[in-house]
Every structure is written in C-alpha cells, then in structure tokens.
Design a binder for this molecule. Structure first.
Ligand code: NOJ
Length: 742
C-alpha cells in the first residue's frame, strides 16, 4: 500500500513538472511579451569588440552601458573565455538578463589552424572537411564563442576575387557537398551541446560573381544561373540545419542583397522554410545608402528589415531607427517580433538562458587549445589538401638519404604565412606552435641530411640582393626546394588582384636557380589559383600548397618525402592568363565551339590564347597511377523514377599506395535550354594499395539529370545523356551514353 502511494505521488509530481515544462517557442513568447520596443531592437543589434575589428570600425564609447541596458543582442570579435565572460556579465546586469551571442569568423580553425577552405576543398574529402570544422567548433566554443561566420558557400569562377580562398571553388555539386559537411561539422550533433557552434552560411547571395572579380562589386546574373549555380550550396546549408545566414555586400541585378526581399523572404524564409536568423554583413545595411538604394539610415533600416535581414552587424541603422519606424507605423511590430523571435530561439537552443556563461570556460579553453589530437588531424587534412601539379622526372618523392638539401624562398621560414588571411589573430594566442616549412623539413630529415637555407628574395618587392646566396647553396645541394607564392594578406577580403601572378621577383629567382642544373621542386603557396606559365612550362616538379595552416611544415614534408602520397584535385580552374577569366569547366558549347587549341578561325576563341586552362578543374597528380576499366551501366535507358547503377574497376597500377578522386560527369545532349559541356554529378575518393583493384559503384537518378528548364522549373527532359568518368574534368577515362525516356 505504502509503495502504491509513493508511486502515485511520484507520478503526480512528474506530470506536474512535465506540464510546467515549456517549449522553447513558449518561452520565447513569454519573454517577448515582457520586452519594450527598445529592448527588442537591442536584440537585433550587433557590435564588434574594438580590439579586433574585421571591418571599418566606428568607435562607440557607450557600448558597455548599452549592454547593461539590454540594448545589444550580440557581439563579434570578442576573443577568449575571460573576455566573453566579462561582456556576458554586463548583459546579466540588464533588466531582462537576455544573454549576448558571441560570433567570430572561425573560418578554418581557431587555434589549431586548418588549410584555407579552398585548399580543404582540394582534398575532396568530406569526412576530413567535416572533422576540421568540428575541431574548430570544439576550440572556439570553449572560449565562449557561440557562432561562427562560416561556412562561406559562395561559388566563384573568378580567381581575381580574393575571397575565393574562403570557399569551395567553382563547382556547385562539390560546393554543395562541402557546405553540408561544414555546417554539420560546426554544429555537431545538436545546438546546445557545449562543443557546438552555430554555423552561418554566407554570403547570401551570389557574392562570388562580383563583376571583374572586384570585392564588394555588383552582380548581374540571370535567374537560371542564380538557381542552378549559385543557390544550391545555400540550400545544402539549410538542409544541413544551418542556424543562421549572412547576407552579402553586393547588389544582385540592382537590388542590394541586404535589402533583397526576393532572396531573404521569398527564397530563404519562404520557399526553403528557414527558421534561423539572417545577420547583415558588416555595415551592409548602412551601405545601401552609397549603393543609392536607401535615402538615409532610416530608409536603410526600413528596407533591410522589410526584406528579411534580422540582425544589424555594425551599421547602427536598426539601433537608431527601428523603434521610431514602429512608432510612426512605418513598419509593423510583427516584423520586428519575427526577427527577435528568431534570435531568442537560438539563444534558448544554445542553453544560454539556463547558464549564460556555460561556453566561457577557461579550463576547457586551456585543454582544447593544446589538444594533440587536433594537431594530428590538422596535419592529415593539410597533407590531403596539397595538389601535385607536375612531377615529370619523378623527382618526388624525395629520398630520405639525400646528403644536402637547399630550402630556398621567402615562404620557408615565416610561420604566419602558412595561416592565410582569415586565421584567428595568432598574436592573441602566440604563434610558436605553428610549424614553419623549415621546421617541417628539419623534423622530417634534419638528423640525416644537411639542410641549407636562403631566403633568396621577398614576396612582393624587386630586391634581388639575396639571389647570390640562394644560388650558392643550391650549387652545394643534391636537390633544391623553392617555396614561393602570395603573402598571407594577398588573398582574402578586399584582396582582389587584377594580375594574379606570383608577385615580385620570385619567378626570376627560380629562373636563376634553374641555371644551376640541380633538380628543383617548386612549392607554390597561395590563396587562389595563380598564373605562372613560365614555371608550369619549365619546372618539372610543382606542388601547390595553398596556405595549409598550423601543421603546414609537417604536412609539406610528409608529401615531399612520400609519407603521404598526394591526392588533392583542383577545385578551381587555373587559367593561362587573366584575360581568360571567368574560365570554368562546365561552360556551354556555343554555336561555334573550337575543337582544339589550334582551331580558331571564326570560332569562339581568342586570337592570342588557347581556350584551354593551364590546369583544369579536378586535376591533380599522385606518385602512383590509376587505371579505369570495365565500365558497366545496369540499363541503357531509364524513365524518371528509375535508376542506373554504374560500376567500374579502379586499379592502382603504380608502386605507391594512394587515393584517387574518381569523378563522374554528365552531359545532357539536348535541352529546352542549353546545357553545359559536362557537369560534375558525383565523386568518390578511393584509397588503393599498390596493385589493388576496387569495384566502384555510382547511382544515377532523376535528380542528377534535372535542371532549371525554360520555365525555370527544376526537372529532367527525355533524351540522350553522356556519362563520363575521369581523373579530372579534362582527362575522361571512360564514357557511355544512356537515355531518359518519357
Ligand atoms: C565582412 C565579411 O564579408 C564577412 O564574411 C565577415 O563575417 C564579417 N566581415 C565579420 O568579420
């Protein structure tokens, strides 16, 4: 009897507790009811920490007071658990104690720095990419960061644009897969887990198509191009559960993205049913004034909120005008409430109302910043991101028994150079942990071989006074490794270049070294595809290392000495000259296609340059060789609801174990609108031991055959298709035709 009573009491308490448990939506509504219009507007306002601005800074001496009054929803660029805690304490002095959200550009790692995103894309390794984002989240979240402004999922076909370094390159299919993997990596299992940060898909939309590759410039494109090429990675980010979006600086067909209702309300929050919130880019609400789209700050605030921008990063347009706009009945309070709701919901999901300090944990920060597992993975991802462009005389891999090695160039000794533009400011953290390229070589071979160093020249000046020393040590060596390229601040935001050569006298240095007759390995460090025709035509061995992060030195040494067999493939086309840009593999055929580089008369060509790229999309060599054979299609004709199973055998025919990225392209031969010459529709990265064969399977279904037709409806059309499987977009090894029937 006593037992029965206890059970009854427990059940009663449990059901009571259960009925008191409110959903997040209920909690948001309850809080919203208590908020004044000024407090609501405060939630839509975001300020930078003055110490580390990432845009044009306007000092506001009242920041702290505003936080205490509950007039700020979020801050960016606050670094470190103690500082995020300090600001959060100010927010806890406000009337409603609504916690701040801390955002930061954690683009490719926090302390442990991974390769720049474009380099990681060259790995075509979705698991590795997800892992790198996961580690970035683990480290950032321990410092109190709730939110990273990543991934950047902008497709770009223009290497003059400095921000190509931040994305996944030119291809929509690869870019969408990577967008998905990065969002999953940042957010982990669930928002609210202590090691999860909110992802932010940016920049919505079409920022990567800025005219002339000039940052912040206008974008003019057809709706078909927008939907087919530029939007899918954003949709993939929504599908992966991205908590937030950032809009972009550019205008799209005359309407600034920040004030663009079609993008933000109709597509993102409407058709895609996105439940998170949209943050503006830095000052982009206010920038609608110089765009000539808003009369003044009040008009800009009106246009941005109406179009669906929820949070104002650094323009003060919402702070100064939104309450007034509501009071004057120019905008409805419902529109403000909708934006506030979206932001509060995320704060609840992150668990900040239960404990606003839960992420700012000095002890966890200390532990995660020195996690050897993170370093190990950074080294692996860096090695996977390296692309071997040439290895004609089999100079690589280098023997570990070489007597003397000369390591020459301006990128050999610096540490910061390996980090690239968007790395978290290493001054804040101490840069000693970054493995320079020199240290990587010393770690690998320093005990066995004599290593000689000369800088040779700077990165971007014309001083040749160091050439002689470089030539002297080259003459004393069995092999010369030269490391040259772009300085870490030559690609990135506001780093567009009209000439994308290897700057300064670096190429001249290599020309002089060539005269020594020694075997030379050239390492090119850069944030984008560069033009380097002389090197490409005259140097037998070229390794594209991009900017590889804190384990750069070790990863480069792993590849040079064959401890990792390079497997990277270019995620962007490398042009022969800037004049060819935009140059991309999935172009249309035109009515007058040229069939080869000599076929130029009355053809769609230049009279002074071939159409072909210097290195095509999907290209990259290995120390081993792969044979593609035995292509089989389960059917040669299918209807829309059927699938074709494609199989083939891949054999490692060389001497080294290694991985190959098998790429599947499809061409739709005839359509109601013109279709590209080929489009990547699938790929697999396959590891094979020397001599091993694996059977590879792909599946083709209707989604791989569909496109935006003449009515802008995503659908397939009956007809003939060509299937191509290859080792790059230009080196197709197997092909077959199949048909889609009504
Ligand atoms: C401007 C950049 O366009 C954006 O990507 C970045 O997240 C913000 N600044 C904040 O730093």
């Amino acid at each position: 009897m006593k037992h029965k009573i206890t059970t009854f009491v427990l059940l009663f308490i449990a059901s009571n507790v259960f009925s008191q448990q409110k959903t997040i939506d209920e909690k948001v509504e309850e809080l919203l009811k208590k908020m004044t219009i000024e407090e609501k507007v405060g939630q839509l306002n975001q300020y930078t920490n003055d110490a580390n601005p990432t845009g044009p800074l306007v000092i506001n001496p009242n920041k702290q007071e505003e936080i205490k009054k509950g007039l700020l929803g979020s801050m960016l660029n606050v670094m470190g658990a103690d500082r995020t805690r300090k600001y959060q304490e100010l927010a806890m002095q406000s009337r409603l104690k609504i916690p701040l959200l801390f955002g930061l550009d954690v683009i490719h790692g926090y302390k442990t720095t991974f390769p720049i995103p474009l380099a990681e894309a060259a790995s075509w390794d979705l698991e590795a990419i997800e892992k790198s984002a996961r580690i970035a989240a683990i480290e950032a979240s321990a410092t109190g960061i709730h939110w990273t402004f990543a991934p950047m999922v902008d497709i770009s076909r223009d290497p003059r644009w400095g921000r190509v370094m931040e994305g996944a390159g030119e291809d929509t299919y690869l870019g969408s897969k990577i967008a998905f993997a990065r969002v999953k990596g940042f957010q982990g299992d669930k928002l609210g887990e202590l090691n999860s940060v909110m992802a932010c898909a940016k920049h919505f939309a079409a920022y990567g198509a800025a005219v002339g590759g000039r940052d912040y410039n206008s974008v003019d494109m057809s709706d078909r191009m927008l939907w087919e090429t530029y939007l899918p990675p954003f949709k993939a980010a929504v599908d992966a559960g991205a908590a937030t979006f950032m809009n972009s600086f550019n205008d799209l067909n005359g309407i600034p993205a920040t004030g663009n209702k079609y993008l933000q309300r109709d597509i993102l929050k409407g058709k895609w049913n996105f439940k998170g919130f949209v943050v503006s880019d830095w000052g982009s609400i206010g920038e609608m004034i110089p765009h000539g789209f808003a009369k003044d700050s009040k008009d800009a605030a009106y246009k941005a909120i109406t179009a669906g921008s929820d949070m104002d990063m650094e323009s003060n347009a919402y702070r100064n005008n939104l309450a007034q706009l509501v009071k004057e009945n120019k905008i409805s309070i419902d529109i403000v409430d909708d934006a506030v709701r979206r932001i509060l919901r995320k704060k609840f999901e992150l668990g900040l109302f239960d404990n606003p300090f839960r992420y700012s944990d000095v002890e966890r920060q200390k532990a995660q910043m020195n996690n050897p597992e993170h370093t190990k993975i950074a080294r692996e991802v860096a090695a996977k991101s390296i692309v071997l462009l040439k290895n004609e005389k089999g100079i690589l891999p280098l023997s570990k028994d070489l007597k003397t090695i000369a390591f020459i160039g301006p990128m050999v000794k610096p540490k910061r150079a390996n980090h690239g533009f968007w790395a978290i400011d290493v001054k804040e953290i101490d840069s000693s942990y970054i493995v320079s390229q020199w240290e990587g070589l010393v770690n690998k071979i320093g005990k066995k071989s004599k290593l000689l160093y000369a800088k040779g020249c700077g990165i971007n000046n014309d001083d040749k006074s160091g050439f002689k020393e470089a030539i002297d040590i080259a003459n004393q060596s069995d092999v010369v490794i030269v490391s040259i390229g772009e300085r870490h601040d030559m690609s990135g935001e506001a780093k567009s270049r009209s000439t994308i050569n290897i700057p300064g006298v670096q190429e001249e240095l290599v020309k002089e070294l060539q005269k020594t007759g020694k075997p030379i390995v050239v390492l090119i460090n850069a944030g984008r595809p560069l033009v380097f025709n002389w090197l490409a035509d005259n140097m037998p061995t070229i390794v594209y290392t991009w900017w590889l992060g804190s384990e750069a030195g070790n990863a480069i040494a792993d590849v040079l000495f064959g401890d990792y067999n390079p497997s990277g493939k270019l995620p962007m086309t490398f042009p022969r000259s800037e004049g060819q840009i935009p140059l991309y593999y999935n172009h249309f055929n035109t009515g007058r296609p040229s069939m080869n580089d000599n076929d130029i008369i009355y053809k769609s060509t230049y009279i002074d340059s071939p159409n072909s790229p210097k290195f095509p999309f999907g290209y990259g060599l290995s120390y081993t060789s792969f044979q593609y054979a035995d292509l089989k299609l389960s059917k040669s004709a299918i209807s829309k609801n059927e699938q074709i199973v494609v199989t083939m055998n891949l054999t490692n025919t060389g001497k080294y174990d290694g991985a190959e990225v098998v790429q599947l392209y499809i061409k739709d031969k005839l359509g109601s609108v013109v279709r590209p010459v080929k489009e990547l529709k699938d790929f697999q990265k396959v590891f094979l031991k020397a001599g091993e064969t694996k059977n590879i399977t792909f599946t083709i279904d209707n989604s791989k055959l569909s496109f935006y037709n003449d009515k802008l409806v995503f659908d397939s059309e009956a007809g003939e298709f060509e299937l191509m499987i290859g080792t790059s977009s230009e080196d197709i090894r197997l092909n077959a035709n199949f048909e889609l029937v009504d």
